[in-house]
Design a protein around this ligand. Sequence first.
Ligand code: CTP
Length: 433
Amino acid sequence: MKKVITYGTFDLFHHGHLNLLKRAKELGDYLVVGVTTESFDINRGKLNVQQPLMERVRQVKETGLADEIIPEEYEGQKIDDIQKYGIDVFAIGSDWEGAFDYLKDYCEVVYINRTEGVSSTSIREQGQLLSFGIIGRGTMAGKMAGEAMHVSGIRQAGICSVPGDMAATCSLMDKSDAVYILAEPSRRGMLVREALNRGCHVMCESPVSLEGRETGSLYRHAEEKGLVLFDAVKTAYLRAFSRLVLLVKGGAVGSVRSIDATCTSMQPSNSWFYNKESKGGSMADWGPFVLLPVFKIFGLDYRECTFICSMDSTKQTDMFTQVNMLYPHGTATLRTGYGVKSEGSLVISGTKAYIYVPSPWWRTEYFEIRYENFNDNRRYFYKVDGEGIRYELAEFLRLIRTKGKNFTISSGISQKISSVMEQFMENKNKSFI
Ligand code: CTP
């Protein structure tokens, strides 16, 4: 019996896929089809797959052409499969011409002519290309524009880099289905409301506003209008970080007693934020990042939150802040700073072990669970492509498409981030050094 194998994502199954499977089947007597898993696709930079694995498997099964369907989960699996399933022919579309010649050491390799004029990408983009406007300037706005190119389904509507110019801002909102807002912290809440009023889905740098109640009201407003309001703390959407949270929740380190997180850099990323009026500063900028692991792990009901702060006397903004938080069974020490150099690590200490995420932890790629006996230590690595912004962008798009709920940064977390900022801005429980 001649055995053939082929692989693909098979998202939004189309006639190009069907032709490919028919031709692959004709090459032998038995066809094995490898369907990629979500994490394999994310790993190879394919972020926009719409259907879950089981749905894609079902579609392949319904063609009646596959004798066996297997998941493709890791790089290098093809060689393993060829040996394991006793494969004679490896078949794949001609868009991969040459890419799999290395498999010729193991079996025959056939490139099948691709069907012209159809692809999952083009179907994904049909009629649902989201026009995306960027409101803000500085490094993050530029990075967002670059990263948006890696997430299919987005058409850039433009960049408004003078956020003070309301006429230009509103005109961009009017031609966008969704906007990304990176304005000074003091103007964000107002801009989010304006964008929602104009029917735009909103992705906003955190904090969404500087008042807890205002942020809560913006989420309710978005919900009433059927729009997505998305708090853009990019770390939350990185696979390594979400895996870390799941491990902690699953008891990998025992009961968590303390969280220590530090984010500092020598220069502010958007120096034009940093004056009294804009309410920028190290806390407004880095605060949402250091608060993220605390709210994800300890929850929202802290007993106490105090600040120790060093100010720039001319600009009257904070250049270094330490936040001390007290929970019923644990504590958090968080540090944010500009012009202060420190180790940007995250340490989560528990009754069984601790998690160490090296600098820069907010771009989480790698972490370790460390035990008393170092032979028990475990290491985790999940690659981050580009600036890491594309993952939150892909999730923003998914929420718009599915009208789903954001469990990663819930409205509750977002509101709490704003409440801490509010307390900070009002100088509550604050000491100065
Ligand atoms: N394929 C094909 N003809 C098409 C589209 C895909 O022959 N018009 C083949 C691919 O070459 C591959 C298999 O179908 O061997 C599965 O491809 P997949 O990447 O899942 O489909 P695409 O439509 O190319 O998906 P995307 O646009 O997301 O890259």
